[in-house]
Design a protein around this ligand. Sequence first.
Ligand SMILES: [Zn+2]
Length: 452
Amino acid sequence: MPVAFVAGLSSLIGLFVNTTVALLIQWFCSGTGQKSTADVQRLIDDVILHEDFKAEDLQGVNLARELKKLDTFESSLEDQGWKKGSVKISVPCPKKKVAESKAVEFEIEGLLYRDLTTVIKNACQDEATMDSFHATPFKEMWKPSDNASPIRLYGEAYTSDEMISAYEEVQNIPPHPDYPDAENVVIELAPYSDATLLAQFGTAFLWPVYIYFGNLSKYVRSQPSSHAAHHTAYFPSLPDSFSDWYRETFGIVPSEATITHCKRELIQALWLLILSAPDFVQAYQYGIFICFADQVIRRVFPRFFAYMADYPEKVLLACIWNLGACPCPRCLIKIGYIQGLGTTVDGQRRAKLRTCDRRYKAKIEIARKIIYKNGYVINSKAVNRVIGSESWTPTRSAFVSVLSQFGLNFFSLFVVDLMHEFELGVWKAVLTHLIRILYTQGAEVIAEFDRR
Ligand SMILES: [Zn+2]
């Protein structure tokens, strides 16, 4: 029996450095004895010694009531459609020749994501943004004067030809007998993801995925106060334990190429989890009835219109090599031709778009077979011969797997990111160059530039 049970507190005080330690040790040795030394050490280091810890704040605290708040918080997350899931990725090992379906799997748990249909319902039912939410697209025209002919304006997603044709397409779907009067409408989804470094030191990354709605005016959508960015998921990172697990499983250290491959597989696995939810696939195909904030029931068809991300993330999502032979996620322009930007022939070269046709899917399957079944390394010549000329990586895109059967060309979603790819890239470089030229012309010229 521990000494604290037999000895009273007064006899322990002499034994330890002070009363606080004696009280703690006595508590540690009491009760069911399920407290580990490490747990108590953590209680000391992380809680009691924390700079924000104040003993007086605990005056009159009812622990049971406080814990109940945690339950309510978790169930409110569930009400907002948040889910916790896990995914398994098939891990290849060079020279271990085994079909992909029989390859060893690595499981990643605790993925946080939201049900897409709940996200869509929330957006359609948001009373705060209702006045700026357009379920029906239209052409916006401007007449500069009475005599002038009208000019078409382009400024919003819901005035684009893209959305108008998507809207016209769903008009062909016959009404549902349950709601024969409900208008068929398209809800434009535009996912946005950005790897954000949360902690200033340490390795804590948070990589959130948001969904914006093209039906909402950009003037409202872009205001942080409108809360129009719908938080949808967190991209997981490959756990640090992966390398140890790989070494234990295969007896070798994973190569850089294998780790990169598994990271790509993981991102696609999360998207697959979100997109392949039966509710969402059903909604995509047959529509979902939603009573909007204006109390009108509409039959909503979700469609993806753009995927907003910076270049490294586009590369990851489009399953292509970073700055490979064909570096563009949208088209098949060769890297050597990029310098022709702005020329007539450049436009022609970019017209050859990436498509998720049968030929593309077959190539990816062959490449994966070479890796898993034939035991080649990911970046081997054998794999490169099949997919290298168009810079594909041997990854199955979740968007292609779930939505290409309904006519979505996933690669067309990667629209130009004006801030990252033009303003911070081309334009900033040109401006810096021009300013350097100005500096050679003397201080007066610089002053004139500043004045302008
Ligand atoms: Zn391109």
